[in-house]
Every structure is written in C-alpha cells, then in structure tokens.
Design a protein around this ligand. Structure first.
Ligand SMILES: O=C(O)c1cc(=O)[nH]c(=O)n1[C@@H]1O[C@H](COP(=O)(O)O)[C@@H](O)[C@H]1O
Length: 241
C-alpha cells in the first residue's frame, strides 16, 4: 500500500536551481514526488531534471503543459519521455488528436496526464471565455468531457480539482489516475492564493484522488518539513486499509 507521504507531489516552484536542490534534499523523505514546472525548467532545463531523478527516491513529474498542433506535441513529449520522468502533462485543449499525439510521443516511457480545467479557473472565467452557459454553471461537466477525451486518447490520467475527483473516478474507473492541485490543509488559515477550486488533503483523498499537488502551503511554511508531515498525517487519517 502507498504510504501517506507518497500521495504528496511537491512542486518546485522556484527559479534558482540551488534553491530547488535544497528543497529536494530537505523534503525527499517527506513527499512522494517532485514536480518541475515552467519557471524552473525555463531556467535550468533537463540537467536539473536529471539531478533530481538521481538525488533521491522520489519520482519526478515534468509539468510543461504542452498545447500545440499534434505533431509538435508528439515530438516534445518524446523528448520529455527521454528524461525518464514518471508523469508529464499536456492540456486537454480542444481536440483528441493532440492528446493522442502526446500519448504516442510518450510511448511506454512516461505516464501522460491531461490537464482538464485549471484549478485557478472559476465558472465566471468560463463565461468570459465564451464557454456554453451550462458549462459555466456546472464546471464539472466540462472537466468530465475533457477527462473522457483524455481517457479515450490513452492518457494515464488527468489533472483536475478535488471538487471533481469523485465524478471522474465514478465515471472513468479507479485505475484512471487523478492528480489534484488546489489543496489547502485543514485547520489553519492558509491563503487560497490564485486557486479558485480548493479542497483539503483529507477531502481530496476521500474523493479518490491518487496524488495531491501541494506547493505554497509547504514551501512558504516556517518549517516546510513539519508542514509536509502535517499533510501526511491528515492523509493518513482518512486512508482506508
Ligand atoms: O498541473 C498542475 O500541477 C496544476 C494544475 C492546476 O490546475 N492547478 C495548479 O495549481 N497546478 C500546479 O499546482 C501548483 C500550485 O500549487 P499551490 O502552490 O499549492 O497552489 C503549481 O505548480 C501549478 O502549476
């Protein structure tokens, strides 16, 4: 069985490679995976991905959220797969062809996740962007459509908020991996920051989430190790044997 800490994905949302390395060293025993996103990758690239992969036991998640024509996505995902990362992301976007291209590019080497509707997006944002009115009043419908498209394309799973996990798992099956950002620990006054669809670690796990992305509540805590341990404790409290 997965240990509570293995559910935690810590995003290395910092610009300096030295700061990223010190966070990896500090948190390697307390989280299950490190995520490298746009900021760090633009600064430090594949070299740092390799360093993190070799540094500890935690897995590496390359989160570059590709969104382009299929051939470009396929070729970029093939390069991502060469880095030996566990997860890599593509936006679900507007066409299944892009997702299929991502899966093809990744081959057997990487688990491709489709990003459905970002956790920073609200129903009002969807209205402004021109989405159908029923999607804006029930954002979950749009997440479900995108998740179904990702599954059909062969993705290993999706990224969505904790508010939609249960519906995705019920409709698309337990094996279809669901990663949930927008997590804010219970019992403390923690800012939601730019996140619009937020749940606690316990709520996400109880809904069936496979991995929780938790950044600022750990990174910006006075004691990041204690913050990660507190999240693991909250997860442990609701894990079923
Ligand atoms: O793909 C992601 O990881 C992601 C998707 C999403 O819908 N929302 C989202 O916040 N994220 C990532 O989660 C991290 C933010 O986590 P917090 O600092 O805990 O808010 C950033 O690395 C985001 O890129």
């Amino acid at each position: 069985m997965k240990a509570a800490k293995d559910y935690i994905v810590f995003p290395l949302d910092v610009s300096e490679p030295e700061r990223a390395k010190s966070l990896v060293t500090l948190l390697a025993e307390h989280v299950g995976m490190f995520k490298i996103g746009l900021e760090l990758f633009v600064r430090s690239g594949p070299e740092l991905v390799n360093w993190i992969a070799k540094a500890g036991s935690a897995k590496v998640f390359l989160d570059l959220k590709f969104h382009d024509i299929p051939v470009t996505v396929k070729r970029a995902m093939a390069r991502a797969a060469e880095l030996g990362v566990f997860f890599a992301t593509v936006h679900c976007g507007e066409s299944r062809a892009m997702l299929e291209a991502a899966v093809e590019g990744g081959g057997e080497r990487v688990n491709v996740l489709g990003v459905t509707v970002l956790t920073s997006v609200s129903s009002d944002d969807l209205v402004e962007a021109g989405y159908r009115k029923d999607y804006s009043t029930d954002l979950r419908q749009l997440v479900m459509k995108k998740a179904a498209m990702a599954k059909k394309a062969g993705c290993a799973g999706i990224v969505c908020s904790g508010q939609e996990v249960q519906a995705v798992k019920t409709e698309l099956g337990r094996d279809f991996q669901v990663v949930t950002p927008g997590i804010r620990p219970a019992g403390e006054k923690v800012a939601a920051d730019d996140q619009a669809r937020v749940v606690t670690p316990a709520m996400a796990i109880e809904s069936g989430s496979d991995y929780l992305v938790i950044g600022r509540p750990i990174r910006d805590a006075d004691d990041p190790v204690a913050a990660a341990q507190a999240v693991a404790k909250e997860i442990q409290g609701v894990l079923r044997p």
